[in-house]
Ligand binder design. Structure first.
Ligand code: ADP
Ligand code: MG
Length: 277
């Protein structure tokens, strides 16, 4: 595997790497011969305790992957490693076939096309839904741009498209602080979509949602798969069952089982450590 180093990823002639248009960044991501996200033999230790212990995981382009496992299995740590928040002691993390994520810092990884949705929604409560999406679109641009620019027709269309995708078109002029918990979560997913990520990492999306909101979130995430690779960590097994194609079970920092929901549910080791109770 040819791993491209940071110097090549951020071109020397581009002083402001963050101004590279999203479409151009994506063209450079080669996934023709393998997974979009490649985690190999990752180890992360906290004071000698191995939160990840030889974890290997491969996510394909456009797939929807569910990650389950008991508390402390290493699910959040895995996401922290992918997004550059935590450095592994050992192992490889590669995006497409060329980009070594261990060479990039957190903002560079986000710019490269990996978006992360945290559990708590972090929308701008005092701004409208529409404006939240607009701000998300400009996150990577210079501050002066956000202040002086008026929206182009193309940018406006993109915001409207995302509003439809996340089902908030009827709420575009409401202040985000007035939305329900579920609607805020969808808005935050919409804000991530404004960055056009290739991979979306979503940690416990339906925690605290009503059954109706949970169902709508299932539709939203399954609808995003194909266009994006979506990695969902979730405890709600009914929810996982409703969206799952391929499920990975983590336990003590490595993969215990992987396959269809039926396959992992009937695996005796999975039943013992996780589903048994
Ligand atoms: P999960 O998300 O699957 O519940 P985590 O990845 O959050 O698991 O945690 C895995 C293990 O690593 C847990 O035992 C947790 O206590 C430990 N851990 C996580 N982050 C830290 C940290 N910053 N310092 C020390 N221990 C940590
Ligand atoms: Mg966690």
């Amino acid at each position: 595997m040819v791993v491209r180093r940071r110097q090549e990823f951020i071109r020397r002639d581009r002083v402001f790497g963050f101004l590279v248009p999203a479409s151009e960044r994506f063209l450079r991501l080669d996934t023709t011969h393998g997974p979009i996200l490649y985690l190999e033999d990752l180890t992360v230790s906290f004071d000698g305790f191995k939160a990840l212990n030889g974890l290997s995981l491969y996510i394909d382009e456009g797939e929807l992957r569910c990650i389950i496992g008991p508390n402390g299995a290493g699910k959040t740590t895995m996401m922290d490693v992918i997004t550059g928040k935590t450095r592994p002691d050992e192992g490889e993390v590669t995006f497409g076939q060329q980009i070594d994520l261990l060479d990039l810092n957190e903002p560079e990884i986000a710019m490269a096309g990996i978006g992360r949705k945290f559990q708590r929604p972090t929308v701008f409560e005092h701004h409208t839904v529409f404006h939240n999406l607009e701000l998300a679109m400009h996150t990577n641009k210079a501050v002066w741009h956000t202040l002086v620019a008026t929206l182009s027709g193309e940018e406006r269309d993109r915001i409207l498209e995302v509003l439809l995708t996340v089902g908030l078109e009827g709420h575009r002029d409401r202040r985000a602080g007035l939305l329900s918990h579920g609607q805020k979560q969808w808005l935050e997913i919409g804000m991530l979509l404004m960055q056009n990520p290739r991979v979306l990492l979503v940690d416990e999306p339906v925690a605290g949602m009503t059954p109706q909101e949970t169902e709508r979130t299932a539709e939203l995430l399954t609808g995003l798969a194909g266009k994006h690779s979506v990695v969902v960590v979730e405890h709600d097994m009914d929810f996982v069952r409703s969206i799952a194609r391929k499920v990975t079970v983590l336990h003590e920092g490595s993969v215990l089982a992987e396959g269809s929901m039926d396959h992992v549910q009937n695996d005796p080791r999975v039943i013992e450590v996780y589903l048994g109770d």
